[in-house]
Design a protein around this ligand. Structure first.
Ligand code: BYC
Length: 497
């Protein structure tokens, strides 16, 4: 049975086999019957060596010959069929995996609402669609590039393995976008696929497209915050693209979302374990005041105010990834049925066309933050950003619960939407985390309390020492509650070669 034979009904229930098998017999594992389209297969097999060169040159530094305990998808249903085993990263089976086709699916929003979902690229929306796929694709290799030096300072083999799992999956997400470009966009698509391997994170001449993907990920706290916040932008954007009227994009994104969830788990639990180590060390030393930074740092753990500053930085940089709150690009992508809202199909009491609706947008007017109603169609980026902020809060509440349980008087908060922004309504404005509009002088005097400062970075660097012995963890991070695939505490997640 080929993947294309496996269909779901409109409610999404799989009506054929229980899960969609992926063929691992071919050079490029896939569930899209790649072997039946020789031209496409040749084009992708031609791109593969260039991808492997990129991985060798720009992927994780070191450990390429080490055996890493990785998860490889073997099915694409929501139960996440997976196989765990030792793999050398360059031999990872990067594949093309789409969620099952939903029979009778219609376009859920915009001008074409109710029409059958497109199986081919609609000519009139080709340029816009290509642009969005390229932007999405560009972030995937970018994140691998940003994280490439982290293996050397991994606080445990468990964490090192999680880093590499995230990295190989981001590589697979690049494959997912390249598949769409090469299959549906002809020569242009092949050129874009090439360019995705040429831009480089942080490079002056040919940088990655979006701002946050040119920032450094210099240490493990950044990695955890990145996977908590920035991968969550991935979740929100992929969810919006999963609503797309272009069905192959929708199916691709639906499967990518299952992998994105694991990346956010790595981020949330990474911060959580850092908090646990801090609270435990404070209790042992009899330190009650979380703001007694000097005393806490002497214990070899991360003080909570520093974690808050890291969170402030990554939250604000990630918020810029949503683009301007008011955007004609976003309006056009929605109107044309290419990119929906978060959870679009399930939004009740809504015309899904946004003909009359308005949406409240915050901005600075005459030195004050005000909320003004804007046509909802033009405010789609503002709405997705608000949905993101709500989604972040769940994890932050869980962090706070564990601090409370440890009896420490400290609470993480999300900074105001306008804090430290470079894109959109608040670009160029100085807003405190509490939401006060500041002068340049006030900002300069206080920003070191709100964003990681030089002393913070020096301290973090002093902690970033490798801990590569099975079952051992650096002082600043607690072991996980459960091992990967229920492995025991002393499991050797990476056999370092
Ligand atoms: N930096 O109307 P505007 C992920 C550009 S993360 C630099 O404000 P629009 C992942 C914009 O491109 C998810 N440039 O915004 C996470 C536009 O340029 P053009 C990635 C920026 O277009 C972790 C111009 O400014 N996926 O998957 O409505 C690890 C005006 O744009 C930025 C997507 O983002 C910026 N921050 O929306 C691995 C989904 N912001 O076109 C992976 C696809 C805006 O005039 N992309 N610009 O030359 C989109 O939906 C939209 O492109 C954006 C921007 C939401 C990014």
């Amino acid at each position: 049975m080929s993947a294309e034979d496996i269909v779901t009904d409109a409610a999404g229930a799989i009506s054929a086999d229980r899960f969609v098998e992926i063929s691992y017999d071919e050079v490029i594992p896939n569930n899209v019957a790649l072997g039946s389209d020789k031209q496409l297969q040749r084009a992708l097999e031609g791109w593969r060596p260039k991808y492997l060169d990129w991985w060798a040159g720009m992927g994780p530094v070191g450990y390429q010959q080490s055996e890493v305990y990785l998860r490889t998808a073997v099915g694409v249903d929501p139960a996440g069929w997976a196989k765990f085993g030792y793999v050398k990263m360059p031999t990872y089976r990067w594949g093309i995996l789409l969620a099952p086709k939903v029979e009778g699916r219609t376009i859920p929003f915009g001008r074409h609402k109710g029409e059958p979902a497109w199986q081919e690229v609609p000519g009139e929306h080709r340029a816009l669609l290509r642009r969005l796929i390229v932007v999405q694709g560009d972030t995937e290799p970018a994140s691998v590039e940003q994280q490439r030096f982290l293996g050397a300072t991994a606080p445990s083999l468990y964490d090192m393995r999680n880093l590499f799992q995230v990295n190989v999956e981001e590589g697979r997400h690049l494959w997912a976008m390249v598949y769409l470009l090469v299959k549906y966009f002809g020569k242009d698509g092949r050129e874009e696929a090439q360019a995705l391997l040429e831009r480089q994170s942080g490079q002056m001449d040919n940088p990655r497209i979006l701002g946050a993907f040119n920032e450094n990920t210099p240490d493990w706290l950044s990695f955890f915050m990145f996977t908590f916040f920035t991968d969550r932008d991935g979740k929100m954007q992929l969810a919006a693209l999963a609503e797309s009227g272009f069905d192959p994009l929708s199916r691709t994104c639906r499967f990518m979302l299952t992998e994105e969830a694991h990346h956010m788990f790595v981020g949330e639990t990474g911060v959580q374990r850092t908090i646990e180590a801090t609270c435990a060390a404070m209790a042992k030393a009899g330190i009650e005041d979380p703001n007694d930074v000097e005393a806490v740092r002497k214990l070899g753990v991360v003080d909570l105010p520093l974690l808050q500053r890291k969170a402030n930085f990554h939250a604000s940089v990630t918020r810029d990834l949503f683009g301007s709150e008011i955007s004609s690009n976003a309006a056009e992508a929605f109107g044309s049925g290419i990119k929906g809202r978060f959870n679009e199909t399930n939004l009740k009491g809504d015309d899904h066309e946004l003909k009359e609706a308005t949406y409240p947008v915050s901005r600075v007017v005459d030195g004050k933050i005000v909320v003004e109603n804007e046509p909802a169609l033009r405010a789609l980026n503002a709405r997705l950003l608000d949905d993101f902020i709500v989604d972040c809060q769940g994890g932050i509440d869980r962090w706070n619960k564990s601090i409370e349980k440890a009896g420490v008087a400290f609470k993480f908060t999300q900074p105001h939407k306008g804090f430290n922004r470079k894109i959109g309504e608040f670009a160029g404005k100085r807003i405190s985390p509490a939401g006060e509009v500041l002068t340049e002088e006030e900002w300069s005097a206080k920003s070191g309390d709100w964003l990681p400062n030089d002393a913070d970075m020096q301290f973090i660097n002093s902690l970033m020492k490798p801990c590569h012995e099975p079952g051992k963890y650096a002082s600043w991070i607690a072991p996980p509650r459960v091992g990967v695939n229920n492995q025991t505490g002393d499991f050797e997640y990476v056999k370092i070669a």
